[in-house]
Structure formats: C-alpha cells, structure tokens
Design a protein around this ligand. Structure first.
Ligand code: THU
Length: 143
C-alpha cells in the first residue's frame, strides 16, 4: 500500500483515541479499517466493569463494517497504548489480541495488512498470516 494512504489511515486511527472508553485500564486504542471499496470504518476500545465484555478497537471497526454490509478489506491501522501512547520501551508495537486476529481471519485474506504505530512515530506493518499462522477458517470445517 502507498505510504500516503497508510499514513492517512494511521492519522484516522489516532483521531479515534478520543472516543476510547477505558475507565479500567486507561489503555486507549484507535483503529481505522480500510475496505477494498475505499470506505474507512473507525473504531475504539470500549471497556466494561465485567472485563470480558470489553470490545477492542479493531473489532469495533470490523463489526461496524459488517453491519454496514461490507465484507472486503484491504488494511487496518491500529494505534495507542497506555493513555493512548505507544509503549516506549518496545521497538515493536503491541499487536492486536488473539480474538481480534481471529475476527480478521474470518473476513480477510492473506494480503490483508495490519499497520501498527510504533513509539517514536514509525509504523510496523505485517500481513495477516504473520499475525495468525495456520488460522482457523470456515474452510477448516469442511468435510
Ligand atoms: N485492546 C484493544 O483495543 N486492541 C488491542 O489490539 C489490544 C487491546 C484494548 C482492550 C482493553 O480495553 C485494553 O486495550 C487493555 O487490554
């Protein structure tokens, strides 16, 4: 993907941090999901007093898209960390959680790109099979 489009997606994800609802962790995450038709779906994490009911930023974006009838995705930008800032001590940013990787696997192909903001402003990019090797899909259930 072109750097300019990637950077715009990162900026859109940063703009979602203000909506992040994190009274329990203050770990704020924003996401911007680019559909193949050019539409961008945004998301933030939404926590809950019953912790397991928390929804990550990535899944918020995916579920908004699917609700909108969109199923074809090119890339997602994910930003944030404690108080919305990437963790400084790590060269690699914190990646999406396992549940979000599985949701990506449901709707995205092996070319799907995940762009993560690093501390210091750089971007770390991987494709879905790097995040979730040997992923479980509907094809895995066929006899
Ligand atoms: N979280 C996300 O929104 N996305 C990630 O990629 C990792 C974790 C959220 C869930 C929870 O609100 C907080 O970060 C701490 O786990």
């Amino acid at each position: 993907m072109e750097k300019e489009i990637r950077n715009k997606l990162i900026d859109t994800a940063i703009a979602q941090l203000q909506y992040s609802y994190t009274p329990y962790s203050n770990f704020k995450v924003g996401a911007a999901l680019l559909a193949k038709n050019g539409q961008v779906y945004t998301g933030c994490n939404i926590e809950n007093a019953s912790f397991s009911a928390t929804n990550c930023a990535e899944r918020t974006a995916f579920f908004k898209a699917v609700y909108d009838g969109c199923y074809d995705f090119a890339a997602i930008a994910v930003v944030g960390g404690p108080a919305g800032k990437p963790v400084q001590a790590q060269d690699e940013p914190s990646g999406p959680c396992g549940v979000c990787r599985q949701v990506m696997q449901e709707f995205c192909g092996p070319d799907f790109e995940i762009h993560m903001q690093k501390a210091g402003g750089g971007v770390f990019t991987v494709k879905l099979p790097e995040l979730l090797p040997f992923g479980f899909t509907k094809d895995s259930m066929e006899a």
